[in-house]
Design a binder for this molecule. Structure first.
Ligand code: IMP
Ligand code: MG
Length: 180
């Protein structure tokens, strides 16, 4: 299955599962090394990061906890329009080492919002682990310590990522085919 069709778009495999897992192995090893003894709390951002979170956590061998948050978009009253609210944090983050687990950092605005919100709960430190970064589109200055794969500025689906809700189930990552 090298090509898939989702609604009006065609996609072709760009990062096979084996290549993804090799980089997840590396990121997990870095986290095991850096955060040993800190009992990190991994906060996985649903929906997109569910597959990455599962594969990453299977490789984390230090004592740790995992929990899940979600970002609810609603039309805000600010001039920028869309405001995203972080929902589902039930843990006490005070003095904790927190690792945000994301599927993709694109402009970085979502991550910035997460950092702001979590920062108010007095964690000891916040680290970022993301499956993907689109460096060309980053708009804000973020210290992203753990990145599995840097990708070009093309739209992708699979391995948790969606196009209009579809495509999250594929084990490989697919890039949109732009028909001229
Ligand atoms: P940011 O706030 O611009 O960094 O956007 C992050 C969010 O945009 C991600 O959590 C995804 O939900 C979505 N996103 C960005 N690029 C893609 C893509 O290529 N495919 C699917 N979703 C994407
Ligand atoms: Mg996401």
């Amino acid at each position: 299955m090298n090509e898939i069709q989702i609604k009006d778009k065609r996609f072709t495999v760009s990062i096979p599962e084996a290549d993804i897992l090799k980089e997840v192995d590396r990121v997990a090893a870095e986290i095991n090394r850096d955060l040993a003894g800190k009992n990190p709390l991994f906060l996985s951002v649903l929906n997109g990061s569910f597959m990455f979170t599962a594969d990453l956590m299977k490789r984390i061998i230090i004592p740790c906890e995992v929990s899940f948050v979600k970002l609810a978009s609603y039309q805000g009253v600010t001039s920028t329009g869309k405001v995203k609210e972080v929902i589902g944090i039930t843990e006490d983050l005070t003095d904790r080492t927190v690792v945000i687990v994301e599927d993709i950092v694109d402009t970085g605005l979502t991550m910035q919002r997460l950092l702001e919100t979590l920062g108010t709960r007095r964690p000891k430190e916040i680290h970022i682990a993301t499956l993907l970064v689109k460096p060309e589109k980053l708009k804000v200055d973020l210290n992203i310590e753990y990145v599995a794969i840097h990708i070009p500025n093309d739209f992708i689906v699979g391995y948790g990522l969606d196009y209009d809700g579809l495509g999250r189930n594929y084990k490989d990552i697919y890039t949109v085919i732009n028909e001229e």
